[in-house]
Design a binder for this molecule. Structure first.
Ligand code: NAD
Ligand code: UD1
Length: 337
């Protein structure tokens, strides 16, 4: 079976390439490399010993996308491509809406032209906004509060309308919690450009000596140690969740929505301690003010994915930190340019 991965050269996409190839799928990647490097795909090939077919194309360009569908029989698409920085989305909302929504519309239109109607979408737990209660179930109210999160919600609604108009579409909306870690080989991992916004890549860069200290954004939250609590999920667990989501979709499941998280919360201070243990390095940190837009605590109720996909996250925080550290220490400057 041929699976199209849009954004497949990126962090989650490249790990999902590995998981799919290991299950015998052939992968075709479209990525415009606006936030990734093609070398990630060469490393996927090195890990799996199987070829990745790669098209360096912008998904918003209809003719380019059409040419890929004309050249290959495609059974399903996993749609990772999108811009993902919350802070940047506040500064450039039009860029975010244009890229994320236009890319999705173009992809769906070309899929429809070719009768390909199995679709897995990278949504985000950010669609829940500041949840009323935790753990969060899929039926919780949606209230994203920044343009990035709203672009995910709008796309979920577009895909829901598409399914309503034609029930032969099978669409899985996968709401990820906080992905971290790397493939255990240390050959692929998260390679943020510039100063990382997210906790794990920042801690890794402090550990490897690229940054002097971590700023902990707030220790006065109503959480056990006062720091923010999140549901960190190993990127390989997430990748395996995509394989299950894809299989469910291809079995003719219609429109489905799943949280992909571990169901366990971990605080910033707990994460620092776990990373120090895994790396053997000290992580100097300083308590700073709260980051605007942050919520105190969120973590998933992942029971629906377990029940319907037979999937659950298997790797714990120690393994996530050990794998993140292996990637960072083997590739202190990320992928070679
Ligand atoms: P990433 O930036 O590493 O990967 C996204 C890829 O999409 C990049 O390789 C980029 O070059 C490509 N891309 C962007 N716009 C494109 C376009 N118009 N045409 C072709 N390629 C394009 O990000 P990631 O962390 O791997 O995230 C993958 C998806 O998962 C994104 O949609 C993101 O919003 C979503 N997500 C990520 C997280 C997270 O914390 N990493 C959490 C929840 C959801
Ligand atoms: C952030 C985004 C979210 C997006 C997710 C993608 C914001 C407000 N939210 O989520 O929409 O889906 O990334 O992964 O940007 N922290 C520090 N110091 C740092 C970085 C983070 O203390 O240098 C803390 C944060 O305050 C938070 C926790 O670490 O409590 C996790 O932060 P982060 O990795 O940025 O993820 P989210 O805030 O959950």
């Amino acid at each position: 079976m041929n699976i199209l991965l849009t954004g497949g050269a990126g962090y989650i996409g490249s790990h999902t390439c590995v998981a799919l190839q290991e299950q015998g799928y052939s992968v075709i990647v479209i990525d415009n490399l606006c936030n990734s490097r093609a070398v990630s795909l060469s490393r996927v090939e090195e890990i799996t010993g199987r070829p990745v077919i790669f098209y360096p194309l912008d998904l918003c360009g209809r003719e380019g996308v059409r040419s890929v569908f004309k050249r290959h029989h495609i059974d399903a698409a996993v749609h990772f491509a999108g811009l993902k920085s919350v802070a940047e989305s506040v500064e450039k909302p039009l860029t975010y809406y244009q890229n994320n929504i236009d890319a999705t519309l173009t992809l769906c239109e070309v899929m429809k032209e070719h009768g390909v109607k199995n679709f897995v979408f990278s949504s985000s737990a950010t669609v829940y906004g500041n949840p009323e209660t935790v753990p969060i179930k899929e039926g919780a109210p949606l209230a994203p509060f920044n343009p990035y999160g709203r672009s995910k919600r709008f796309i979920e609604e577009i895909l829901t309308d598409l399914h309503q108009s034609d029930s032969s579409w099978n669409i899985a909306l996968l709401r990820y919690f906080n992905p971290m870690g790397a493939h255990p080989s240390g050959r692929i991992g998260e390679d943020p450009s510039g100063v990382p916004n997210n906790l794990m890549p920042y801690i890794s860069q402090v550990a490897v000596g690229k940054r002097p200290e971590l700023l902990v954004y707030g220790d006065d939250y109503p959480t056990p140690d006062g720091t923010g609590v999140r549901d960190y999920i190993h990127v390989m667990d997430l990748a395996e969740g995509h394989v299950r989501g894809l299989e469910k979709t291809m079995s003719g499941a219609g429109l489905t929505t799943y949280n992909l998280g571990t169901g366990k919360g971990c605080s910033v201070k707990e994460m620092i301690a776990a990373f120090e243990k895994a790396s053997g390095r000290r992580i100097p940190f300083k308590i700073a003010g709260r980051r605007p837009g942050d919520v105190p605590a969120y973590y998933a109720d992942p029971s629906l994915a377990e029940k319907e996909l037979g999937w659950r996250a298997r790797r714990g925080i120690h393994e996530m930190c050990a794998d993140a550290w292996r990637w960072q220490s083997m590739n202190p400057d990320g992928y070679p340019s």
